[in-house]
Write a new protein. Structure first.
Lengths: 631, 497
């Protein structure tokens, strides 16, 4: 139950956690006084968080208790951190991209009326996300899990006057709540099985030799359900099938938010959490198989949908879904591999590796799309852009690096290596999923080339695109830094900085490499020749463009299973409960009422005094007279 | 004189003073402020005052009758103190937000309800505990009937329904209490003193089946007062119709009396009765009715006041779950949840009342876009709404998670019993709460304003009591140990061995 006491480094993580919280709180309370200073405050706090996370890169592994929460005898839910290479690496990602997005927003949101509210919510997000990364036990993880949900709700709904944004933020929160329903059940099951200890350290040792170890042999169904419960949390947060529907709609939020929350960090938190709990999944091969297939399915399905989208942010959103599917698939595949071979996985996890590389290049792509949208006067349809290469050279260059990385251009891009390591595990653990991964890689190359060609090459298709100019320096700078990080992360020396980025499956099978390079060439070749010089989409696949009709299907389910059911239940409640339990008293009441009206002339005060007198009389009778009769 | 007696008497005296002609608003707000300060002082002094004591702190007893032994006894343990704090917070907010145009009876009845609740929570004598609650009910009925919303016919009908329901519930409760007292009275001497009854229960516990029977009668009585399914149908119309301060005080504070009674009287005196299978299963069935059935009913509501009123009924299910589980963690969670629910629902009713005054309607599909015009109002509402759907960082979450954990913990087991299944179902209720609350927020605050409906933020002086409630939600949500530390061992003694 008690993590090893580490007196060394409780203060730094505590500061890291509280700083953005206090920032958000002071913006909430004092925004009238602070005015523009709120923005400065928010950015300064993000910068300070980044500095602290750099300092933590050198910190020793430890499990300090940060703040008390609930403590009753032996039972305790505390905010305790777990500082290890995973949390250090993730913290670097969150704070570095967080800071860059704060800076970018300074330009992007310059003229927005709700700027102060926006930056306050960003600080709230930084607080919640820091909490997830630091969390040393599942309850703390859950607390911040819900809080990122809140900040995501606030930021998606930033322009809440727009009905689409208002619906999107509600949908995001509710979909995540469904995931959290399973997450909480999973946590409670582990809590019960491990005698009240859900810290990652305690669970790990519990699975290694404690009470849980035995149960993995004797109660396989229970362990599978616990693992799937935990996984359901990730299904919601990381937008996996069948709860993926909220993420594309979340693009209603301002673009910097899409970059930070809905591409790089929050949606990746599900994967981070699964890697944290990998021992739970490894204990149940069945759960691992289900997880791997759901990941693979999401990757494939989202890639298919991405091929037919026309909104620049939506293409990127579906690509994020697809990449998250890769990561989840990697978690499942590695767990299958470990449970089959019975030896512990190495220090690096391919899912985390892909999470890191993806975070940089996807944040860059989103910020790049933000710069384009800004330059084209809030135009998001790629068919109304075109020829932006000449007008926005820096954005073009960084976007090209990001696209190359996402497609996995061999040897020189970080995305190649991380995708390679996932496909490598797939090749060894589950051959069909490996081919799903390769096919998805081909689709990725196809839709990214399509978007790139339509947006940057050819001639401008509208006035807006024609007059586009490069975004201001405050927005371009983050793009350049992220591009540098994307390129750098292929190098060994940078990887050492983020120790977790060295995967244990770096050297792949030759088949893997050949297949993925072939997929890239076929996909991007097809995309290039199909869309070069086109002004409208030569392909027209309704099923993909309409996202397999998930939204429509879910709308029907919600209508029938929730609203109609609620209507029926309300009717039944009226009829039976109210009818039987209440009509009878009402009938008596009317009789009493008419009797009383005769007595008092119909004044309610009189009724009530009568009632009071009656009650007193009954009390008197029952308390004083009745007992005397008995003796 | 015990400070607790002052706490009970002060609102009574203030009510009397207003009746005699003192300025209503100044008197009631002043009394509420002083009361809150005294209670805060008691909370801070509680550790010292209760050090080394097994029972109550700040106690005093005045003998009223010798046989049956009735004493006007007051005393506070952690549970009572937490509910007293809740009462004084909500009372202050409730009387503060009463508009200047309202007659003095608004203040008088609010103060009477507060005094009744305080008396009920602080009495250590079963007779006074019951009598104080009855005292608080009368102004509730009166205010619903006289000043409730809607047509006179409608509010009269609602007032009658409430009166009959709660009157009948009170009588069942009285019968149960008398049965209990008679069972425990030896040697021809009746006692209503809780400490004496507890000692008696520890010395010569009743046979288990008899415990179960008495517990069930008490459950029906107290349950009616807390709107336990299927005895709930008075509650939603009553809250939706009641004037704002009465809705705040009854749903926030007075309704907790039933839960408090179960915790204070039924569980400690009949510790095994609650754990008997048929009692527990019936209770689980009833509380799941609260969560699932009323949850769906709430989703179907079209007006904000109906949503809030039904949600208040629904959320009682979680507190009952804590009582049904009966573990120490679950019971503490239930107490925390009583506090949290009281603060959050009072905040929401206060805001809804304000909206009704300014806009003249609470119909969800007529509203929209208030977020733009009344940002501070929106933030306050968000605090209440997100607290009530159990967002971490606000008070309700800590209570709910303790109830769930406390009900679930069957250490080392790998199978689900009735309680575990009940938790799973209740967790789905958390999803349903999010559905109706976020729908309400979407309809009221998002989108663009409907024509002719316009609302401004309240002035700072009107905002203060609401900010106070929101701040309490945040502070207790971030540091639940502040309140939990008050509980010490009082609930450990309640848990069945």
């Amino acid at each position: 139950m008690t993590p090893p006491a580490q007196e060394t480094s409780a203060s730094l993580p505590t500061l890291l956690l509280l700083l953005p919280f206090l920032t958000a709180l002071s913006i909430l309370i004092g925004h009238k006084l602070l005015k523009g200073a709120s923005v400065v405050l928010s950015i300064a706090s993000a910068a300070l968080c980044f500095v602290i996370s750099l300092m933590l890169l050198d910190a020793r592994d430890s499990a300090p208790i940060l703040l008390p929460f609930i403590e009753i005898g032996k039972f305790r839910i505390a905010l305790d951190a777990l500082i290890d290479q995973q949390s250090r690496g993730m913290m670097f990602i969150v704070t570095s991209i967080g800071l860059l997005v704060h800076l970018f927003s300074l330009g992007y949101m310059k003229d927005d009326e709700g700027k102060v509210r926006f930056f306050g919510s960003l600080s709230l997000f930084m607080f919640s996300m820091t909490g997830i990364v630091l969390a040393g036990n599942l309850f703390m993880m859950f607390i911040f899990w819900e809080l990122v949900g809140l900040s995501s709700y606030l930021l998606i709904g930033h322009w809440f006057e727009k009905p689409s944004a208002a619906e999107a933020c509600k949908k995001a929160f509710l979909t995540n709540r469904i995931g959290d329903f399973g997450f909480m059940i999973g946590i409670l099951m582990l809590f019960m099985a491990n005698h009240g200890d859900v810290s990652f350290i305690g669970l790990k040792s519990g699975f290694a030799e404690g009470p849980l170890h035995e149960m993995t042999q004797t109660h396989t169904t229970f362990m599978m359900l616990a693992a799937l419960g935990i996984f359901m949390g990730a299904v919601g947060k990381s937008a996996q099938f069948p709860l993926h529907v909220w993420l594309p709609d979340a693009m209603e939020g301002p673009t910097p938010v899409s970059a930070l929350i809905h591409a790089a960090t929050m949606v990746a938190a599900g994967v981070f959490m699964l890697v944290r709990c990998s021992f739970v999944i490894e204990a149940s091969p069945d759960a691992a198989t289900i997880i791997a297939w759901i990941g693979g399915l999401t990757a494939l399905m989202a890639a298919l949908m991405a091929t037919q989208q026309n909104d620049i942010k939506r293409v990127l959103a579906y690509s994020t879904l697809s990449q998250l599917g890769y990561m989840v698939m990697a978690v499942g595949l590695l767990a299958i591999q470990v449970s089959v071979s019975h030896h512990e996985a190495g220090p690096g996890h391919p899912a985390m590796f892909h999470l890191y590389t993806h975070a940089f290049f996807k944040a860059m792509l989103f910020l790049g799309s933000g710069a384009i949208i800004y330059a084209c006067h809030h135009e998001q349809n790629i068919w109304k852009m075109g020829g932006l290469m000449k007008h926005m050279p820096v954005t073009f260059a960084t976007f090209a690096i990001g696209t190359a990385s996402l497609m996995g251009v061999p040897f020189i891009t970080s995305g190649f290596w991380s995708k390679e390591s996932i496909l490598g595990v797939g090749f060894e653990a589950c051959r069909p999923l490996f081919w799903v991964g390769v096919f998805t890689a081909m689709l990725t190359a196809f839709y990214m080339t399509r978007m790139f060609v339509i947006t940057f090459l050819g001639k401008p298709r509208t006035e807006n695109a024609h007059h586009a100019v490069e975004a201001p320096i405050i927005m371009v700078l983050p793009l350049v830094v992220l591009a540098a990080l994307t390129v750098l992360s292929t190098f060994e020396s940078f990887n050492r900085l983020l120790a977790a980025m060295i995967p244990n499956h770096a050297e792949g099978h030759p088949t893997v490499m050949i297949a993925s390079i072939a997929a890239l060439i076929i996909g991007s070749g097809a995309g290039f020749f199909l869309y070069k010089g086109k002004d409208s989409d030569p392909l027209n696949i309704k099923l993909f463009a309409n996202k397999f009709y998930f939204d429509e299907i879910y709308a029907v389910i919600v209508k029938v299973l929730q609203d109609q059911l609620a209507w029926v239940v309300t009717g039944l409640e009226r009829m039976f409960v109210d009818g039987i339990v209440a009509r009878l008293p009402a009938f008596i009441a009317v009789r009493l009422g008419s009797a009383a009206r005769v007595l008092t002339g119909g004044h309610l005060q009189a009724y009530t005094f009568l009632l009071g007198a009656g009650v007193l009389m009954v009390i008197y009778l029952v308390v004083f007279v009745l007992p005397q009769l008995g003796h | 004189m015990s400070p607790l007696e002052i706490v009970i008497l002060l609102p009574l005296l203030a009510a009397l003073a207003i009746w005699l002609g003192a300025p209503a608003r100044a008197t009631s707000v002043g009394a509420a402020v002083i009361n809150l300060l005294i209670v805060l002082g008691l909370v801070f002094g509680f550790q010292a005052a209760s050090a080394g004591k097994a029972g109550f702190a700040f106690e005093s007893a005045r003998i009223v009758l010798d046989n049956p032994a009735i004493t006007f006894g007051v005393g506070a343990d952690g549970v009572a103190l937490i509910l007293t704090l809740l009462t004084s917070l909500v009372t202050l907010a409730a009387v503060w937000q009463i508009g200047d145009d309202k007659p003095g009876i608004y203040h008088i009845s609010s103060l009477l309800i507060a005094a009744g609740a305080l008396g009920a929570f602080l009495s250590t004598d079963v007779f006074f505990l019951y009598a104080f609650h009855e005292l608080a009910l009368i102004p509730t009925f009166l205010m619903i009937g006289l000043y409730g919303h809607g047509e006179p016919e409608h509010r009269k009908a609602v007032a009658w329904k409430t009166t009959i329901y709660l009157g009948a519930g009170s009588l069942v409760l009285l019968a149960g209490l008398m049965w209990l007292v008679l069972e425990f009275s030896g040697g021809g001497k009746l006692t209503f003193d809780l400490q004496a009854l507890r000692a008696q229960a520890a010395l010569t516990p009743l046979p288990v089946e008899k415990q179960a029977q008495i517990f069930f009668v008490l459950l029906l009585g107290f349950g009616t007062l807390v709107s336990l399914f299927p005895l709930h149908s008075w509650a939603a119309p009553a809250y939706a119709t009641a004037p704002t301060p009465v809705a705040m005080l009854h749903s926030g504070v007075l309704k907790k009396f039933g839960l408090y009674g179960l915790l204070r009287i039924a569980l400690p005196l009949l510790p095994q009765g609650a754990q008997v299978a048929w009692v527990q299963e019936t209770l689980l069935f009833m509380l799941l009715g609260n969560i699932l059935v009323i949850g769906l009913v709430t989703i179907n509501q079209k007006r904000l006041d109906d949503v809030l009123a039904n949600s208040s009924v629904m959320h009682m299910g979680y507190i009952f779950l804590g009582l049904a589980a009966g573990t120490e963690i679950a019971l503490r969670g239930a107490v925390l949840l009583m506090f949290a629910h009281g603060v959050s629902i009072a905040l929401l009713f206060a805001l809804a009342g304000r909206m009704r005054n300014q806009l003249g309607t609470l119909e969800l599909n007529k509203l929209g876009g208030l977020g733009e015009h009344a940002p501070a109002f929106t933030v306050l509402f968000a605090f209440g709404a997100f607290a009530s759907i159990g967002l971490p960082g606000l008070a309700n979450f800590a209570g709910e998670v303790m109830v769930f954990v406390g009900s679930f913990m069957n250490y080392g087991s790998a199978s689900f019993g009735a309680l575990q299944w009940a938790v799973v179902v209740s967790l789905w209720g958390v999803v349903m709460s999010a559905v109706y609350m976020l729908r309400a927020c979407r309809n009221i605050f998002h989108g663009s304003a409907m024509t002719g409906l316009f609302m401004r933020d309240p002035a700072l002086s009107q905002r203060l009591p609401l900010i106070m409630l929101a701040a309490v939600l945040l502070i207790v949500g971030c540091c639940p140990w502040l309140l939990l530390n008050l509980l010490k061992s009082d609930l450990a003694a309640v848990v069945a061995p």
